[in-house]
Design a protein around this ligand. Structure first.
Ligand code: SF4
Length: 686
């Protein structure tokens, strides 16, 4: 059979895949050499994609109260219960919690239903946990959530700085591209990460900074640039607003004080500063180590400040570059699928609300942001949210303080879960379970970390009674009385509407504009080649703010408290190379599972000796939220007082090593993103 050109679902790199169907659910996977994101390369997760598409563990039929039901009965019940709840308690008594696993078309329809027809901003997404601090930082600096780089910039950079990113494991094809640039161009590589990870092995310099000191590091770098005469005064004068007192805020940031705050050797810091000074073509690539912090937005702006002040933006090989975790976090950002955004990169400014109301002919337009993820589940626990629809995500495991999330789900009068898998911890709380299409059946578009829109195309027919998410949401909307606004026959109908909204009364105010696809034909949509929207953002020195100027944002390093006696350690969480999220799909592959067979807590050998714990022994990890038992792996790549655990294992998969109950639910004040990297912790030997 002919290969189907589609896109890998296992991270935000968004690699092109050629999938050749065989007998039954068999499929042969190879990298798509014509896809610009990966040029034929695949990492282990992409290579073994075919081992994760079997029907074992699939949710194949709708269910009410755990018993199989017809689609009609299930959809009627969802529509009726949401309508009654809204009538009795108002639109803000219901919520959707969605996912960066959804395709853009699914996301668009969910956002339209909640914000335009139900009339609430209460739709948030698991992308809140992943990159919402980057969104907030971009909006503060640029006026719009625009990622200013593409992967091609990595090929043209002379210096790449990776901050808070184990790129070798979490975005492997980006890392391979960086390694290729190093071989071909001699690109220098600096890694800033409290942990010594696999990403550091090939680096020219690893700065193992004290956790939470990224603002001090970047402010120190900026002060150094100023002292060395590296500020691009012409660019600042023409294109950037500098707030009063901005430079005064850097007064205490000399090399020595910065090295002291960050707990790194002054000579190493000097080397980093010198590399930065010598290489104007710099990409600073950052990921969850920056975003998943209670100061995440400030940390993003500290990075962006350096690039704006030195004019390293809008040019080949020079930009700050946020890399997303999920395959379609960016598509969700484009449709406005965060509670804090409206649609098509617009916020809730009154003019935008009117614009979208008019475009959708919306009867009940939301006029204010809704509840962000952590607040949403908190209000669920308080009984304020009375009907919740969860799509393609597993918050009973992945939210911070997941034990409290489980209690809230138990107490909620009506929980709907759309998913492709049966054995998710969240599905156990569903009053109504709806079987959704999975990768290989889905049909639509995704946007990767570099703003590249690509097609996901079906390889198989939907199994059992599984249906696409956009169809499920539209069916519920129609049964709630909104027939014609949700009369979509195919994903292309939704994509065209999304494209038209991106350009509707835009007049160049926003960079997100794919309006030329508003009339794309069905065959052209089917054949759509991957493309990046936005060109080279800010190349003309203009930014999508009211006055066309970017903004430097004054950010200060916060005081870091010493650990409390009862919580002498800090818990850090992250990924393993070969697993994805809560392992509901990648856990099906024996080869992927062979990389790490069990979850381990990594701690420094000296800490282990103090605790009386041997390598491969067991330890109990205790936080204010919960506790779990892990096998111990000694690692001198860990800083003293730090413990690292993977996020993947759940109650369904293991009796120990369950991370979800441990992290605290504190969030960044601007983005609402939880600070997963810094939960106070106690470790006890077993
Ligand atoms: Fe898939 Fe990401 Fe690996 Fe590419 S890098 S093959 S998108 S998991």
């Amino acid at each position: 059979m002919k290969p189907v050109r589609t896109t890998c679902p296992y991270c935000g790199v968004g690699c092109g895949v050629k999938a050749t169907p065989g007998v039954g659910r068999a499929v042969t996977i190879e990298g798509d050499a014509a896809h610009p994101a990966n040029e034929g390369r695949l990492c282990s997760k992409g290579t073994h994609l075919g081992e994760t598409v079997g029907l074992e563990g699939r949710l194949l039929h709708p269910a009410i109260g755990g018993k199989r039901a017809s689609w009609d009965k299930a959809l009627d019940l969802v529509a009726r219960t949401f309508a009654r709840t809204i009538k009795e308690h108002g639109p803000d008594s219901v919520a959707f919690y969605v996912s960066g696993q959804l395709l853009t078309e699914d996301y668009y329809v969910a956002n339209k239903l909640m914000k335009g027809f139900i009339g609430s901003g209460n739709i948030d997404t698991n992308s809140r946990l992943c990159m919402s601090s980057a969104v907030a930082g971009h909006i503060r600096a640029f006026g719009e959530d625009v990622v200013p780089a593409t992967y091609a910039d990595l090929d043209e950079a002379d210096l790449i700085v990776l901050v808070g990113s184990n790129t070798a494991w979490c975005h492997p094809i980006v890392y391979q591209r960086i390694q290729a640039a190093r071989r071909q161009r001699g690109t220098k590589l600096v890694v800033v990460d409290p942990r010594r990870t696999e990403t550091c092995e090939d680096a020219d310099l690893h700065l193992a900074i004290r956790p939470g000191t990224d603002v001090a590091l970047m402010n120190g770098l900026l002060a150094h640039c100023r002292d060395q005469g590296l500020i691009d005064e012409a660019f600042l004068g023409q294109s950037v607003s500098v707030p009063d007192g901005f430079w005064d805020g850097l007064a205490d940031r000399d090399l020595w004080s910065t090295a002291g705050t960050c707990d790194v050797a002054p000579a190493d810091l000097r080397r980093f500063f010198d590399l930065f000074a010598a290489n104007p073509r710099t990409i600073t690539l950052f990921s969850q180590g920056i975003n998943q912090s209670i100061r995440g937005t400030d940390q993003v702006n500290a990075i962006v400040n350096v690039h704006l002040a030195t004019g390293r933006i809008g040019k080949p090989g020079a930009a700050p570059f946020s890399i997303t975790g999920q395959p379609n976090a960016m598509g969700g950002r484009e449709v406005g699928g965060l509670a804090s955004t409206l649609a098509a990169h617009m916020d809730f400014a009154p003019g935008n609300v009117d614009l979208v109301r008019q475009f959708w002919s919306a009867p009940a337009m939301a006029a204010k942001p809704g509840l962000k993820a952590v607040d949403l589940f908190r209000e669920l626990g308080r009984g304020k949210i009375k009907a919740l629809w969860i799509m393609a995500t597993n918050p009973a495991v992945s939210m911070p303080d997941a034990g409290a999330v489980r209690d809230a789900l138990s107490a909620c009068p009506f929980v709907v879960v759309s998913d492709c898998m049966v054995r998710t911890d969240t599905l156990a709380y569903a009053h109504v379970a709806l079987p959704a299409s999975a990768w290989g059946e889905k049909d639509g578009t995704v946007t990767n970390s570099e703003r590249r829109i690509s097609r996901q195309r079906p390889v198989f027919a939907n199994p059992g009674e599984a249906r696409p998410d956009w169809w499920i949401i539209s069916e519920v909307a129609r049964r709630m009385g909104w027939k014609s606004p949700f009369a979509y026959d195919r994903p292309a109908d939704i994509y065209r509407e999304h494209a038209r909204l991106s350009t509707y009364r835009n007049n160049g105010r926003r960079l997100f504009d794919i309006g030329h696809h508003g009339a794309i034909s069905n065959p052209d949509y089917d054949a759509l080649e991957p493309f990046c929207w936005g060109g080279t953002p800010f190349a003309d020195g203009r930014f999508p703010t009211g006055d066309g100027r970017a903004r430097l944002v004054s950010v200060r390093q916060m005081e870091l408290a010493d650990p409390l006696v009862q919580w002498p350690f800090t818990l850090n969480t992250g990924r393993y190379r070969d697993q994805w999220h809560t392992m509901t799909r990648t856990g099906l592959s024996a080869r992927l599972s062979a990389h790490r067979r069990e979850p381990l807590v990594e701690i420094h050998p000296d800490d282990a000796a103090d605790l009386g714990i041997a390598d491969s022994g067991f330890a109990r990890l205790i936080t204010a939220q919960g506790e779990s038992v892990f096998r111990v792996q000694l690692s001198d790549g860990q800083r003293h007082g730090e413990a690292f655990v993977p996020i993947h294992w759940t109650d369904q998969q293991s009796t120990g090593g369950r991370t979800g109950r441990l992290p605290r639910p504190l969030v960044d004040p601007f983005s609402g993103q939880p600070g997963f990297k810094s939960t106070p912790l106690r470790i006890e030997p077993l």
